[in-house]
Design a binder for this molecule. Structure first.
Ligand code: NAD
Length: 357
């Protein structure tokens, strides 16, 4: 790729997009432009400072607004688009699936259609290097039993409104590659965790509830299994894929860190027992409280990331133990970041318990 180059990150004010933006501003010479609608999940406080920084720019806008996207592409002239903007929380998709269809499917269509027009008009050398990288989830493959792994060959079988909307967007990206020749890449990643994670997700929610002395709500018996990946490892995988991945291909990204939800909560309790002991000297484990399961809760997700390792040399640098300890320390050291969110629209309440919509 010629240098200097420009990357557009949609959803860059969210958890993973902001980690990608911080990484590229700190550790590359990309010019980074973030497009984000700043929904409840977007937060400019997670981003590098734009003021006085000629390699970082923030644009407030909605990906569903095709004219806005087309104008932005003409102005910014990106070499890479990493598409992360999405409604991302399964529980919210159960309570209100409409926004998921709108942003994840209609919004991806808007991005693809504007990107295709822009790419067709590019000068030949830059056109050959252009990439549209769509960031997706392993949840599109449905649930596994106790054995087996998702691979690039696994058939799609989404079960929640969230995963169905992401599956729809993956298929649109594939169609734009096969039909119009758009140079696309797709990555399907397992559950991420790390700094700047919105407090409705399992790991930050449990850390914050521990510190607030509240009950720790664990769905069912806590035996659902997820494969956890530290967010900065995900960012390094994304960079390997958009810089060196094979056009038209998809890649699985996982952390080799399968844990039951109960194991995750217990590790958080035990780490906090060490780092910030309760005033009464008892363990945070006493706050664990089993609650009714999520409707349609997929039992297990697990990833075989062998293709990414073989072809692009990527593997996670963090183990679950080192990553979770770093994450907990970050939440202890950055109370201002999450307290500002809790004083806004989200109060740590249960979402997605609805049995009908
Ligand atoms: P997030 O919810 O933290 O961030 C999403 C961002 O998109 C927010 O900043 C939000 O303001 C923005 N956004 C939402 N609707 C928009 C719209 N219409 N126009 C412009 N911006 C909009 O999500 P995340 O956890 O950072 O996930 C990013 C992507 O990675 C998503 O596509 C998600 O499906 C995928 N993914 C996430 C995980 C995970 O564990 N978090 C795992 C695999 C894949």
């Amino acid at each position: 790729m010629t240098s200097p180059h420009t990357i557009l990150i949609t959803g860059g004010a969210g958890f993973i997009g902001s980690a990608l933006a911080r990484h590229l501003v700190a550790d590359s010479d990309y010019r980074v432009v973030v497009l984000d609608a700043l929904t409840y999940a977007g937060n400019k406080a997670s981003l590098p400072a734009a003021e006085g920084n000629n390699r970082f720019e923030f644009v407030h806008g909605n990906i569903c607004d095709r004219a806005l996207v087309a104008d932005l592409l003409a102005e910014v002239r990106p070499d890479v688009i990493t598409h992360l903007a999405a409604e991302s929380h399964v529980d919210r998709s159960i309570d209100g699936p409409g926004a998921f269809i709108e942003t994840n499917i209609v919004g991806t269509f808007s991005m693809l259609s504007a990107a295709t027009d822009y790419w067709r008009g590019m000068e030949e050398t830059r056109k050959a290097q252009f990439r549209f990288h769509h960031i997706s989830t392993d949840e599109v493959f449905g649930a596994l039993g106790p054995e087996g792994f998702f691979t690039e060959e696994t058939a799609y079988d989404p079960r929640s409104p969230y995963s169905a909307s992401k599956a729809g967007s993956d298929h649109l990206v594939s169609a734009w590659h096969h039909t119009y020749g758009l140079p696309t890449l797709v990555t399907n990643c397992s559950n991420n965790y790390g700094p700047y994670h919105f407090p409705e997700k399992l790991i930050p929610l449990m850390i914050i509830k521990c510190l607030s002395g509240e009950a720790l709500p664990v769905y069912g018996r806590g035996d659902n299994v997820r494969d956890w990946l530290f967010v900065d490892d995900h960012v390094r995988a994304l960079r390997a894929v958009f810089e060196r991945g094979k056009v038209g291909d998809s890649y699985m990204i996982g952390g080799n860190s399968e844990r039951t939800n109960l194991q995750v909560v217990e590790v958080i309790c035990d780490t906090l027992d060490q780092l910030r002991p309760r005033a009464d000297g008892r363990s945070y484990r006493e706050q664990i409280n089993f609650v009714a399961d999520r409707p349609g809760h997929d039992f297990r997700y697990a990833i075989d990331a062998g293709k990414l390792k073989r072809e692009l040399g990527w593997q996670p640098a963090e183990s679950f133990e080192t990553g979770i300890a770093a994450t907990i320390r970050w939440y202890l050291d950055n109370e201002g970041w999450w307290r500002d969110i809790l004083s806004g629209s989200y109060r740590g309440e249960r979402l997605g318990a609805a049995v009908s919509v």
